[in-house]
Write a protein that binds this ligand. Structure first.
Ligand code: SF4
Length: 371
């Protein structure tokens, strides 16, 4: 049975359930989309013994059939480099140490991440929950969810709940509403956020039924996850447009990865495409010391330099915050613009390298006399 768009009816192709039911998990299925060499076939099969993979027909349709360095392929398909990672660990954020109740991760006083699905449209090679996503033993039961909702209800400091997974949008709309509605009723929960990669990897999931349900529960925000401009397709634009039209603010979390998006030109193109579809670039995340990802990691300087090279050359709201997520919380890292500083002045370098010195109006500063 073919999974290529041109061989499938539009009704099936645009049905997210069809995309999930027809996820690609074998080299044989993949060969409908790509021209693989014997070596590439063997490589995928070999790595699959250690790390699972799967993707949607939609995401596979974005892959370059001949180029192994295609950024879409690199995010979705196993590579032998995953097997050589001397320092990567399974749980770099030590999430298991921050769980007051099953399904809740609490690192900050006022907000929590709440895992409501173990399913994703694809298994991203850089995923820091790769031991969790689409694994039978991590199934999230109705009881797990309701216990966690009760915990939020009994914890008045929590004002912001991030629904995560896996991918929350892999739940059907009815079940998703059964989770969101009681959270919305909790007086101290001011904001509900949802993190989903489906607008990128399976935009068919964003249906009128879904957005009509979500917009009943404002203030509700959605964070999406695009890593490369090639992912910003007409389908992705339609999906993000539907969410934005429902009054949902959208932010993007991008993971910085060597050979995929570790240069200012690619990031510039990505942020411009995101903003065009009403998605605010929110975070650029340093790749974690996560097992199987050594080949993606870049020096910290790479991310800082990218932000430096975006500043001034594009609008401020196009520029994400570069940060490292740690077991102690997220730590932003900024390029240095201050070239000199004393008590009463600060000198700054602008995007063209010009230096400007500004008085620093500390108490006791003696302003020059007005003429
Ligand atoms: S969509 Fe997110 S949670 Fe799911 S596999 Fe990709 S990175 Fe992991």
């Amino acid at each position: 049975m073919s999974r290529r768009k041109e061989n499938v009816s539009p009704e099936k192709w645009n049905d997210w359930n069809w995309q999930v039911e027809n996820q690609i998990r074998t080299v044989e299925d993949l060969e409908e989309f790509l021209n693989l060499t014997d070596e590439q076939r063997e490589e995928i099969k070999e790595v699959t013994k250690t790390y699972a993979w799967e993707t949607t027909p939609y995401y596979a349709s974005l892959m370059d059939p001949d180029d192994p360095n295609c950024p879409i392929r690199k995010q979705a398909l196993p590579s032998k480099e995953e097997l050589y990672d001397p320092v990567g660990v399974q749980d770099p954020l030590k999430e298991s140490e921050h769980q007051p109740v099953k399904g809740i991760v609490r690192v900050y006083p006022d907000r929590v991440a709440f895992t409501i699905s173990n399913k994703c449209a694809m298994l991203c090679r850089h995923c820091f929950r790769k031991e969790y996503v689409n694994m039978p033993h991590t199934f999230v039961s109705h009881e797990d969810v309701m216990n966690a909702v009760q915990w939020i209800k009994e914890t008045p400091e929590i004002r912001d709940v991030l629904l995560t997974g896996g991918d929350p949008f892999l739940n059907d709309t009815e079940w998703l509403e059964e989770i969101i509605a009681p959270i919305r009723e909790i007086k101290h929960v001011e904001v509900i956020r949802i993190g989903s990669r489906t607008p990128c990897t399976m935009p068919q999931r964003i249906t009128p039924e879904l957005v009509n349900m979500l917009k009943k529960y404002h203030p509700l925000w959605v964070n999406v996850h695009f890593n490369h401009p090639k992912e910003v397709t007409e389908d992705a634009k339609r999906a993000c447009g539907m969410l934005a039209d429902a009054g949902i603010p959208l932010g993007n979390q991008c993971v910085l990865m060597k050979g995929i998006n570790d240069d200012a030109k690619t990031q510039m193109e990505l942020v411009h495409k995101l903003v065009e579809m009403r998605v605010r670039p929110y975070y650029l995340l340093q790749c974690q010391i996560l097992h199987g990802t050594a080949h993606f990691r870049t020096p910290i300087e790479t991310g800082i330099d990218i932000i430096y090279n975006l500043q001034g050359w594009t609008s401020g709201f196009c520029i994400p915050t570069f940060l490292l997520d740690t077991p102690y919380g997220k730590c932003p890292m900024f390029p240095q613009r201050i070239v000199n500083r004393d008590t009463y002045s600060v000198s700054l370098k602008n995007f063209k390298g010009q230096i400007w010195t500004e008085p620093n109006p500390m108490p006791g500063y003696d302003y020059p006399k007005q003429k």
